[in-house]
Design a protein around this ligand. Sequence first.
Ligand code: PRP
Ligand code: MN
Ligand code: MG
Length: 182
Amino acid sequence: YPEVGGDLVNIVVSEEQIRQRLSEMAAEIDTDYAGEEILLVGVLKGAAMVMSDLMRHLRSDVSMDWMAVSSYGAGTKSSGVVRILKDLDTDLTGKHVLIVEDIIDSGLTLSWLIENLRSRGPASVEIATLLRKPEAAKVEVDVRYLGFDIANEFVVGYGLDYAERYRQLPFVAVLAPHVYGG
Ligand code: PRP
Ligand code: MN
Ligand code: MG
C-alpha cells in the first residue's frame, strides 16, 4: 500500500481536512441553490470520490450524471487535447448544472467543458472542485466552490491517479518522483 516515505512524499490534504471542507462547501451550495434542483455533473474518473462525499452532505434536491473527459492519458502532463469518452445521459435544457471536479490543473479540461455544457441551454453552469493549482493555470477558470489551493506538485489520491493508480487513497499526497521517473 502506498505510504509516505515510499511512493508518497507527504500528505497535502488529510482525510479530515477533506471531510470538513466538503461539508462547508455543501452548506454554501445548499444556501445558494435554495429551492432549486441541482444537476451534479461529475467528471470521470477523478471526481468519483468528491462526488460521493460532497453529495452526501447536500440537503438540496439533486440528481447526478457523469461525463468522461480525458486530457491526461497515462502521463503526468496535460496534453490540452480534450476528448469526450462518455457523454451525459441528461438533457441540460433549463437545468442548474454544477460540475464536480477533483482538481483544476492547467484549467484546459474545465474551460473546454464549461463552454461545451453552456452550449446545451442550461439555466446555469457552475464549478465545484476540491483542488486547484494556481501556479499551473494556462487558462483562468471561474470556480464557484473551491476546496483548497495547492502547490504545483504532482499529487495523487482521493480520486487523482498516476497511470490509473493511487485513486483509492483517502487523502491527497505528493507522488515521489522515483515513481514517474522525475
Ligand atoms: C485530471 C483531473 C481533471 C483534469 C485537470 O483528469 O481529474 O479532470 O485532469 O487537468 P487540467 O486542468 O490540466 O485540464 P484526467 O484527464 O487525468 O482523467 P481522470 O479523471 O480519469 O484521471
Ligand atoms: Mn479528471
Ligand atoms: Mg488522471
